[in-house]
Design a protein around this ligand. Structure first.
Ligand code: SAM
Length: 345
């Protein structure tokens, strides 16, 4: 009884519906900003429930737009909600919401790709990394056009405990194109297993919560949408710098259908390619005929360990990039110039 009274005190007073607000402010969806709105509050409530208990929580919402998800976050009891919206047309509607929830909604007109979340919240909400996650959440129905670069940036932040992760193991609840959501959560051996699966899963527990059919959005996007929840792991499954892990994983997955040694070879300059690949595979004790999608995270960890070991003996390997060498060769071929093998140019 007392609990339901408490929850009632968080709830917003009667307001125009999200659909009415869209009409009132003439908020036509801009394709360029990947705007597809959710008007059904039952659905936005369901997304918000995936983040867990938001009572008295601090929350950052990405791209609130006309504010459907924003209302659900406030109704769930968030004490401090900061929204970051790029499109100025939505600011008046968000101000209306802010007046209905005094002191609980802060509005930033800005770009989430450059906004400094690490400066947006008070230091006292922080928890040590080893503790339970802080009562701080990131939630967003992300624009498709920024969702992949944004999650890659945030995974790197997670590895370095920067950005949203200066507060501890901040949980993320985000939407992606269904296909990207499936890649993020794909298990070993599955068709969707990719670079993104490894990068997300070595750092966090990733859950594909549910799929929202495209028809639930206004306007309807071409694809369905997946809601994904991330909780950073106390101990990442691979203990090397993010960039190093990313380099090994990127090379492994560049030839998805071939044996994994084919991608691994490309970590090394041509002159020592065969020899160092053999050494790396043996050191890692990984079967070179496995396909990239068949590799488990422990396999990848062993491969990154072995590559890092080779790099400590030969630090110049770290800066070697097959694609750059390829580019130089192609340029030389185009110009039909004889190539100096010593310099590669
Ligand atoms: N959250 C709203 C909803 O669920 O109905 C809107 C979702 S819509 C898919 C994406 C929103 O993100 C739009 O409001 C768009 O203007 C905003 N947006 C696009 N790029 C952004 C960026 N780089 N930073 C912040 N907001 C952005």
């Amino acid at each position: 009884m007392a609990a339901s009274r408490n929850l009632a005190s968080f709830r917003l007073p009667p307001l125009p519906t999200v659909g009415e607000l869209i009409k009132l402010y003439n908020l036509r969806a801009e394709k360029q900003l990947s705007q597809n709105f959710l008007l059904d509050l039952k659905l936005t409530d369901k997304i918000v429930r995936q983040s867990g208990n938001l009572r008295q929580a601090h929350v950052c919402e990405v791209g609130p737009g006309p504010g459907g998800l924003t209302r659900s976050i406030l109704n769930a009891g968030a004490a401090d909600l900061l929204v970051v919206e790029k499109d100025a047309r939505f600011i008046p509607g968000l101000k209306l919401l802010s007046e209905a929830a005094p002191g609980r909604l802060r509005i930033v007109h800005g770009d989430i790709l450059t906004y400094r979340i690490d400066r947006g919240f008070p230091a006292h909400i922080s928890k040590r990394w080893e503790e339970d996650p802080p009562n701080f959440h990131i939630i967003g129905n992300l624009p498709f056009s920024v969702s992949t670069p944004l999650i890659i940036k945030w995974l790197e932040n997670m590895a370095n405990r920067t950005g949203p992760f200066v507060y501890g193991r901040t949980q993320l609840t985000l939407t992606f194109q269904k296909e990207v959501a499936e890649r993020l959560t794909a298990s070993t051996g599955s068709k969707q297993r990719s670079r993104l699966s490894i990068m997300a899963q070595y750092l966090s527990t990733v859950r594909n919560c549910f799929t929202i059919p495209g028809r639930a959005f206004v306007p309807k996007p071409e694809v369905d949408v997946g809601v994904v929840h991330f909780t950073p792991l106390v101990q990442p499954q691979i203990q090397h710098p993010f960039k190093l892990v990313e380099k090994v994983v990127r090379n492994i997955f560049q030839f998805r259908r071939k044996h994994c040694h084919r991608g691994i070879e490309k970590l090394f300059p041509e002159a020592c390619r065969i020899e160092l690949t053999q050494e790396m595979m043996q050191k890692a004790d990984v079967d070179p005929t496995l396909r990239p999608a068949e590799l488990t995270i422990p396999h990848i960890r062993a491969l990154v360990d072995a590559y890092a070991h080779l790099c400590t003996h030969e630090p110049s390997l770290l800066s070697y990039e097959f694609r750059e060498e390829l580019g130089v060769k192609q340029l030389a071929r185009k110009r039909n110039a004889p190539m100096d093998t010593a310099t590669g140019m």
